[in-house]
Design a protein around this ligand. Structure first.
Ligand code: SAH
Length: 272
């Protein structure tokens, strides 16, 4: 079966990468796992050995037929044919208690929809997933992985870093070279582990934080105060930044996630 480019199909063929993914997922016999894009089932097969149940969502009908042939006998396996982004998982597994309320996600996902997948798994700052997973282990492009785990001050630290790090602890597990796949993608990849958590200091108005981050990073080279011009008066922002021990001339990428939250909360207090 020829790998389809429109579905971002790249088969993982590295045992080393597979075992890194399995290890990072810290699988237990009562885990209920979700896999997005099982493909030909290399990861699927290994997951099934460790867990109580596995739900896999695959968009490609031909692959689904192949997977049924390969793994259809496994009692703890439920395969759904559809687009992960648009299907209502909870509704589809309603009749199958053993497959409900998955607590972990482990997947080598299609790279063309990495952002939307992460957003569906974690939710947004303003509307976090009300039933967060215990753990999410994903194979993604290395460049995206670097942005997700980036520390403030780094060039890769951007709106994505703040959005994901606000909702989850983020860890880089390992890099995976392009040649670990068939066909090799244009870029290297990396395994990341996201552990959804509640922050010590939470945003009083999460939607405000969401807007602030989006605007703050809208033009990366510019100073924060220029990017935020439309919502905060310049002198006011200077004072707030000084209060938070941030250089008033700072760019967006210099603020830590906690400083973003504090800034949003200061603004919320003023508006209240
Ligand atoms: N996990 C497999 C395949 C990874 S390639 C492996 O490691 O080898 C990405 C997989 O995601 C492909 O099987 C592709 O068909 C599937 N896919 C692409 N878009 C999808 C979507 N919107 N929903 C579900 N699966 C999708």
């Amino acid at each position: 079966m020829k790998p389809r480019r429109d579905f971002a199909q790249h088969w993982l063929r590295s045992d080393k990468a597979l075992s890194s993914i399995i290890k990072a997922a810290e699988l237990k016999s009562d885990d209920k796992v979700l896999e997005i894009g099982p493909g030909k089932g290399v990861l699927t097969r290994q997951l099934l050995e460790h867990v109580k149940s596995l739900v896999a969502v695959e968009i490609d009908k031909d692959l689904c037929e192949l997977l049924v042939k390969k793994l259809g006998e496994e009692e703890n396996f439920l395969l759904l044919n559809g687009d992960f982004l648009s299907l209502d998982l909870a509704a589809l597994v309603k009749e199958f208690p053993v497959f409900q309320n998955q607590n972990k996600v482990v997947a080598n996902i299609p790279y063309n929809i990495t952002g939307p997948i992460i957003e569906k798994l974690l939710g947004k700052i303003g509307s976090p997933n009300p039933q967060p997973y215990d753990l999410i282990v994903l194979l993604v492009q290395k460049e995206v992985a670097e942005r997700i785990v980036a520390k403030p001050g780094r060039t890769s630290f951007g709106a994505l870093s703040v959005r994901v790090q606000y909702l989850a602890d983020c860890q880089m597990i390992c890099t995976v070279p392009a040649k670990a796949f068939y066909p090799p993608p244009k870029v290297d990849s990396a395994v990341i582990k996201l552990t959804p958590t509640e922050r010590e200091v939470v945003a009083k108005n999460p939607r405000k934080l969401e807007t602030l981050v989006k605007l703050g990073f809208s033009a990366k080279r510019k100073m924060l105060r220029n990017n935020l011009q439309s919502i905060v008066e310049r002198d006011n922002l200077t004072q707030l930044l000084e209060k938070l021990s941030v250089n008033p001339q700072a760019r967006a990428e210099e603020l830590s996630v906690m400083q973003w939250v504090s800034l949003a909360n200061e603004l919320e207090n003023q508006d209240a």
